[in-house]
Ligand binder design. Structure first.
Ligand code: ZN
Length: 138
């Protein structure tokens, strides 16, 4: 397990992300990713990447987990912690698309833990995505 274990809650979340990564559907890249989201209702929801032969249709583990969370608990849920892990022992912070999608369900301080080049790293969401797209029509 990670050498920089932030706290017990994030550690548990990482374990869930690693566990679910076993379920990844990644026949093209063999990059097997899991994500675990701790929700405001106390529940943990997980997701994996699901690839497709039409590569652009692939969905990442983070968005997969978020879609599952909203599907199960409705649009009012909030994400209070995010963990991402992979079975390939490689650095993989959430991609830009996932950061933008997560932005609507997290707070600025929501911790995000992910594999970096030097073990697991934890950052508040506002550092992971400092300038999320928003649309404020007049
Ligand atoms: Zn992504």
């Amino acid at each position: 397990m990670p050498s920089h274990s932030p706290n017990a809650e994030l550690e548990q979340l990482l374990q869930e992300a690693l566990r679910v990564a076993e379920n990844a559907y990644a026949p093209y890249s063999n990059f097997r990713v899991g994500a675990a989201l701790k929700l405001s209702n106390g529940e943990i929801v997980t997701g994996t990447n699901v690839e497709n032969v039409s590569y652009g249709l692939t969905i990442c583990a983070e968005r997969s987990a978020l879609v599952a969370a909203v599907s199960k608990y409705g649009p009012g849920i909030r994400v209070v912690a995010v963990a991402v892990a992979n079975l390939n022992n490689t650095a993989s912070p959430p991609c830009g698309a996932c950061r933008q999608v997560l932005a609507e369900f997290v707070d600025e301080q929501t911790p995000v833990v992910f594999p970096s080049t030097s073990g697991y790293r934890t950052m508040p969401f506002h550092e992971v995505l400092p300038l999320a797209f928003e649309m404020k029509l007049k």
